[in-house]
Write a protein that binds this ligand. Structure first.
Ligand code: BZD
Length: 834
């Protein structure tokens, strides 16, 4: 039975569990208490990092108070909750974000200043929580911020990797990877919950038996078990008491130590099991938009699925409701197919452990889950070899075959005799070995499937799930356009612009209702406002130039046009088209007379991004960028007009400096390949313009900002297949300007060109249509240069575009999910729980 304080002590509990006040002296007292008691430091033994830690612990106290109040409130009101399952949460730093969301930044600034530290310096001491690859992981983090801010009863569930995404360093211009052991000095933002742990089974066997009522049943036995331990990561909402939780699992051995082996003198074996268990959550797989079929990755998926479901079910069972009410209390969102085994695991628990019939169980499952697709690229769709799943999860493999059988029977009924359709729709891809298609499993087990931008959601319906739309009906397949949190991506990253907007809109309410930004359009023609807006941009460019000087040694002029492409390196994102464009520009500059040069718009081209360690072509693109940079930046003839930078180790914190400083950003994927993109939204929100293809969320951004305020170019999605086909079967000559660029590379100007041959070789089949799009790309660049020359007209474009971004708040995305898919309503944490 739960403990409750005796009546006489209740008063004491209430009094002393209240959130601390936020006056200067109380903050200072809390800081020094943590410095001396939590960290065992003294005023003679402090440094900036210890001061960061003490501040973090002090802020964490506020988070925990709100977290407790929120949990208390939710357990009393017991609303329907949403569980966001994601193998990635790309959170970045927490201190600044927490201070701003709690509205404590100014208080801490003064209090910490009084103790002799500067809050900005302390913020810089924090290492990023980089538990994600790119867009998918960052989206999950933005969604958590919005869920908390909008008072939704929500949990995030994931894995506490000990090593986040690798650190990227450049060695001789090549990417090299270093481990990201982000926990070296502890992590003040997590709360380890040794009291919240579950066993997770792997391997073993399936036993068939007849139960007391004569039913044939199965149970999964034997094998090996590991323990999942919870680590909680509080996520505060902006200007609300609400504080939600991301629960990240870490793996521990079931038995710490094998004494029998130890006694036999088998020292290695005695720790083997422990090592194997701990391995499961040690490292994040560094691939984005690419499937690699490693056993350890499958183990990670099941480990996190099993622990999460046990936790959700324990919470559900607290209120003794019948199982039939599960979908009314629980909504589970699958962030891509990575947590799809959860569908199978819930079915297993319901039939094997809870004694429900197959149909009762499947009805509950299919009313609980929904699935977000983030890509239609075939190489990124998850499929797992049947023998691998059979070995690791024998009972799950049986259930997958069984649910596929029932599913195909239903398909056969609706489309009698259509064998090819059955083959296409099956969860099992036939072959040696067979494979499980996770996207099919996710779609069959979910009540909704969504894409992440209008175009992408259409492609989902017409390509990978075309047959499924015919079978289930089109209502099941919906669009929820992505969004980004304006708290981190404007208020925190760009305080100058945030202050200006608040001044014009008379307060900060717009940060919780981004549609209000629209009112800023009224100032687009106001020269005084234009000057203030562009002055903020200029200061952000100075801040970036200082950072670039620091990490690369190259000096940049903030007067130049800052042109940025920062995202994971991938051929479909076409960073190589960008660098080929830079080479074209450089060659042109070299051929210009002095008089011609004087008319040129000076440009700084900035790249940043990581390549998957095994992605050879992507890494070669980095090498080409850095090789060209070495030549271009050292050329006195052109250096006033062109600088080229590769910023190493792109992460959330670098993005926070880079994005507010860009005049132009490039989002130039081959049409139909980038599901949405989310940095495109961040750039425009911060007063930069887009040069992009008609792809992903670029299209919707274009609709909002108007065609004069975005630079579109290139083949359309509907044309891509025909162009590819045409290129394949006709002798299509490569674009002449692109040929010129290849010549420039092959001349040896940027070092031995032999190393670049494999990259140039990809242009022969040219799957990503660089040749077709190259001239239109360069023409769009000319339109950019011309527009940038007119300072006032440029400012007007930037202001109008930024003010049109109301749609792209992750608050809007989350409200979409909540109303149309999850069917949940806000539950504000009221005073009586605080
Ligand atoms: O998801 C990205 C898409 O490429 C973007 O277009 C989109 O904006 C974001 C958010 O919806 N996808 C990923 O980032 N995918 C991965 O990182 C990933 C990671 C592991 C395995 C497969 C894909």
């Amino acid at each position: 039975p739960a403990w409750a304080p005796p009546a006489a002590a209740e008063q004491i509990w209430n009094e002393f569990s209240k959130e601390e006040s936020t006056d200067e002296a109380t903050i200072q007292k809390s800081f020094i208490r943590h410095a001396t008691k939590t960290l065992a430091r003294s005023s003679y033994n402090m440094d900036q990092f210890a001061a960061y830690q003490a501040t973090a612990h002090s802020v964490r106290d506020h988070l925990i108070d709100r977290w407790n109040a929120t949990q208390h409130c939710h357990s009393v009101k017991d609303p329907k909750r949403v569980y966001y399952m994601s193998l990635e949460f790309l959170i970045g730093r927490t201190l600044d974000n927490a201070l701003l969301n709690l509205n404590l930044k100014d208080h801490y600034k003064r209090a910490i200043g009084g103790i002799g530290f500067t809050i900005e310096d302390l913020v810089d001491e924090e290492v990023d929580a980089a538990l994600g690859n790119g867009g998918l992981g960052r989206l999950a983090a933005c969604f958590m911020d919005s869920l908390a801010t909008l008072d939704y009863p929500a949990w995030g569930y994931g894995i506490r990797y000990e090593y986040g995404i690798f650190q990227q360093k450049l060695v001789d211009g090549y990417q090299t990877e270093y481990p990201d052991y982000w926990l070296t000095f502890g992590n003040p933002w997590e709360i380890q919950r040794l009291d919240v742990s579950y066993d997770v089974r792997f391997r073993g066997y399936v036993e068939k038996y007849v139960d007391v009522s004569g039913q044939t049943r199965y149970r999964w036995e034997g094998g090996e078990k590991v323990v999942a331990v919870a680590n909680d990561y509080p996520i505060p909402g902006f200007q609300t008491k609400n504080c939600i939780n991301i629960r990240l699992w870490s793996s521990k051995p079931k038995k710490e130590f094998d004494f029998a082996s130890f006694n036999e003198g088998n020292y290695d074996k005695s720790v083997e099991e422990q090592k194997a268990a701990e391995n499961i959550t040690s490292v994040l797989y560094p691939n984005d938009n690419h499937m690699v079929g490693k056993v350890l990755r499958l183990k990670q998926q099941y480990f996190f699925v099993s622990a999460t479901l046990q936790d959700i079910i324990r919470r559900f069972k607290k209120t003794s409701r019948p199982w039939s009410e599960f979908p009314q209390q629980v909504s589970i969102q699958l962030n891509d197919t990575h947590p799809t085994l959860s569908i199978v695991e819930l079915q297993r628990i319901l039939i094997d452990e809870e004694g429900l019939t197959w149909d009762e169980a499947w009805d509950i499952v299919t009313h609980t889950y929904s699935y977000t697709n983030h890509t239609v690229l075939p190489e990124a769709l998850e499929k797992w070899a049947v023998p691998l799943i059979s070995d690791l999860l024998p009972r799950h493999m049986m259930i997958i075959f069984e649910l596929n059988l029932y599913f195909l029977q239903r398909v056969e009924k609706l489309f009698p005799g259509d064998r090819d359709r059955l083959r296409r729709m099956s969860v099992i891809e036939e072959g040696h070995p067979q494979y499980v298609r996770m996207a099919h499993l996710a779609a069959i087990g979910s009540h909704h499937v969504n894409g992440v931008a209008e175009l992408h959601s259409e492609l989902v319906k017409t390509t990978i799930f075309a047959d499924f739309v015919e079978f289930f009906g089109k209502e099941k397949f919906v669009n929820v356009t992505n969004g980004v949190t304006p708290r981190r991506w404007l208020h925190q990253a760009n305080p100058g612009l945030s202050t200006l907007i608040s001044e014009k809109l008379g307060g900060t309410a717009w940060l919780k209702d981004l549609s209000q930004l629209d009112k800023i359009k009224a100032f687009a023609d106001d020269v005084g406002f234009q000057n203030r807006f562009m002055d903020i941009k200029y200061k952000n460019k100075i801040r970036l130039a200082e950072y670039v000087k620091d990490v690369t040694g190259v000096t940049l002029s903030p007067d130049a046009l800052f042109d940025v492409q920062c995202k994971r390196l991938h051929e479909y994102k076409r960073q190589h088209m960008n660098i080929f464009g830079v080479i074209h520009r450089y060659e042109k500059l070299k051929s210009m007379s002095k008089a011609e040069l004087e008319k040129v718009v000076p440009r700084v081209v900035i790249f940043a991004g990581k390549a998957a360690p095994g992605y050879y072509t992507a890494k070669l693109i980095i090498k080409l960028i850095t090789s060209v940079a070495n030549v271009v930046n050292a050329d006195p003839q052109t250096s006033e007009y062109l600088k080229l930078i590769f910023i190493p180790n792109y992460n959330v914190s670098v993005a926070e400096i880079l994005i507010p400083a860009s005049d132009l950003s490039q989002h130039i994927s081959t049409a139909g390949t980038e599901a949405s993109g989310t940095s495109n939204m961040k750039f425009v929100l911060n007063g930069g313009l887009i040069l992009g293809t008609v792809d992903g969320a670029n299209i919707e951004i274009g609709e909002e900002v108007g065609k004069d305020n975005i630079f579109f170019f290139g083949a359309l999605t509907a044309e891509v297949e025909d162009i590819r086909h045409h290129q394949m079967y006709h002798n299509v000559a490569m674009d002449a300007k692109l040929q010129g660029v290849i010549k420039s590379i092959q001349s040896g100007r940027y070092g031995d060109s032999v190393i670049f041959e494999p990259l140039l070789g990809t242009l022969r089949s040219d799957y990503y249509l660089l040749s077709k799009d190259f001239t239109p790309y360069l023409e769009a660049m000319e339109r950019v240069d011309a527009a940038f020359k007119n300072k006032s007209a440029w400012a007007k474009k930037c202001i109008t575009a930024a003010a049109s971004m109301g749609k792209f708040s992750s608050d809007r995305s989350i409200q979409d999910y909540a109303k149309r898919i999850w069917k949940i309503t806000p539950v504000p944490t009221t005073e009586e729980f605080a």
